[in-house]
Design a protein around this ligand. Structure first.
Ligand SMILES: Cc1ncc(COP(=O)(O)O)c(C=O)c1O
Length: 495
């Protein structure tokens, strides 16, 4: 890996090539941090600028990436998922088989003995600020035992809503606490918004692929789903959306413009602005699901579509499920022009959130180090994503593609077309491994060869084995060798 004096290419080129070789040969593995620039300069007796130029060259080649305040890391070499072939959006109801499959996957996800490499819920105690929350809750109860003796009627804890309004500024949203209603998770926020803006029989536009619980949610409200083409890198197709709006084919739209589930993609700021302009111009409500917004890897965060909302047609829905505590079930909604209607529906839905947990969360947001916690999560998920993609590149069949998310902890993997991932899901359950098949994320058959995977778990021997084993079964079903011909991984004794 040493630059040679007999080579007449610039030194930085030689240095970049020697590191590129180490990356290609697997000596430097995806997700690994490159040595510090100053150290490389010292040990090789070259200038810091030479090393910097080499790193920039490697970055241009897509081999490494810079992470703010952390250094340079090796990227994985998986090919990207290609945009879907253009398809005409069709209205559909979920078939009973699809709803059954959702139930089966949900049951498997809840099985305590399964190794879940798909679950969109952090599976490591360290990923939640449990100790700090415990201290705050205990102290609150000690000081105000009456907290648990009263309802926090809608719109919910004033202090928490003030904290939320303050934090919403990071997403470019200037909201007052009065514009916010607390909800029972993001799911209730979405449901209240749908009930406020649609009538049974209406049609709701969705990204394709999309979060699979939206299908039963729409069906339960008598609503129809219309899937809109979504680019794995750039998000919802705004041209397709504009056509649907012109033809008045949808009465509402649900989208995840940042760190979309399952693709992980983020829309550009410009596209977010255009999306806000479109829904305001056509007066069709957008339910912006911002669940992963605070987990975008880039800081400052890319703004929410809601921040460009001129006339209140964007309804922002989110929760603290992915960042603080899924068990708290605390979410919120800023429903714009539908605020009153949503607040009334909330009162006759789940009525109130827990006062104790709302005040605990408010105190944590105000003084508990939430920003530090978020920075740790972002760094960790970005590194985990590389680690997972690196394993997939090595152990999944040749021709496997994956998305390269810019936030969150879920991503999308497309296997060779002949692999039926529902069959694969069933096969993996026999080995107590749980994945979510692509068929769940659409009412079409378009994604029957895809999987949604996640990386919010520790990369210990158990999870690493499950990922390799999933790759091995995919190779078997595809009749293809793994990406780098390593052979099938065996189950380690300790698993
Ligand atoms: C995109 C998306 N929206 C909503 C939800 C539901 O969130 P909550 O658990 O806060 O109700 C999830 C859960 O995974 C999700 O991924």
């Amino acid at each position: 890996m040493s630059p040679s004096l007999s080579d007449d290419r610039p030194l930085y080129h030689q240095l970049a090539d020697s590191f590129a070789e180490a990356i290609h040969q697997g000596t430097l593995k995806p997700g690994k941090r490159l040595p510090a620039i100053r150290r490389v300069a010292q040990t090789r007796q070259i200038s810091i600028n030479t090393v910097l130029n080499a790193w920039q060259l490697l970055e241009d080649r897509g081999l490494i990436e810079a992470r703010p305040q952390s250094g340079y890391y090796v990227r994985s070499v998986l090919p990207a998922v290609t945009p879907p072939a253009p398809h005409r959006a069709r209205i559909k109801d979920p078939s009973s088989e699809k709803l059954d499959l959702i139930d089966q996957v949900f049951a498997a996800q809840n099985h305590p003995d399964y190794i879940n490499i798909s679950l969109a819920c952090p599976q490591d105690g360290e990923l939640y600020p449990s100790a700090r929350l415990g201290r705050i809750t205990a102290s609150l109860l000690r000081r105000s035992p009456d907290l648990i003796g009263r309802y926090a009627l809608p719109p919910g804890s004033e202090r928490l809503r003030e904290e939320i309004a303050r934090r919403a500024l990071h997403g470019g949203m200037s909201l007052t606490s009065d514009a916010i209603t607390l909800t029972h998770g993001c799911m209730e926020a979405l449901q209240l918004a749908l009930r406020a803006v649609t009538q049974p029989g209406d049609c709701v536009g969705l990204e394709s692929p999309t979060y699979f619980f939206l299908f039963p949610l729409l069906a339960s409200l008598g609503l129809k789903a219309l899937e809109i083409p979504t680019d794995p890198q750039h998000g919802l197709s705004l041209d397709a959306l504009e056509m649907l709006l012109q033809e008045k084919r949808i009465q509402a739209l649900i989208a995840m413009p940042s760190a979309q589930n399952p693709l992980g993609c983020c829309m550009s700021r410009q596209n977010k602005q255009r999306l806000a302009t479109l829904v305001n111009a056509y007066q069709v409500p957008l339910l912006e699901d911002g669940l992963y917004d605070e987990l975008q890897f880039d800081w400052p965060l890319s703004p929410a579509v809601k921040s460009f909302d001129s006339d209140g047609w964007v309804i922002y829905c989110t929760s603290f499920t992915k960042t603080v505590a899924p068990d708290f079930r605390i979410g919120w909604i800023a429903a714009g022009r539908f605020h009153e209607a949503v607040a009334r529906l909330k009162a006759v839905s789940s009525m109130a959130e827990s006062r104790l947990l709302s005040e605990t969360l408010a105190e944590f947001l105000a003084n508990g180090g939430y920003d530090h916690h978020l920075r740790t999560l972002r760094r960790r998920y970005a590194a985990n994503m590389d680690e997972a993609r690196g394993l997939i590149a090595r152990y999944f069949p040749q021709g496997t593609r994956a998305t390269l998310p810019r936030g969150g902890f879920v991503f999308w993997v497309e296997l060779p077309q002949r692999v039926d991932t529902v069959a694969m899901f069933r096969r993996l359950l026999q080995e107590q491994i749980c994945v979510t098949p692509g068929a769940l994320y659409s009412l079409s058959e378009r994604y029957n060869h895809a999987l949604r995977l996640s990386c919010c778990y520790p990369f210990d021997e158990r999870y690493t084995w499950a990922l390799k084993r999933t790759g091995a079964i995919a190779c078997e079903l595809a009749g293809l060798a793994p990406g780098n011909d390593q052979g099938l991984p065996l189950r380690p004794q300790t698993v």
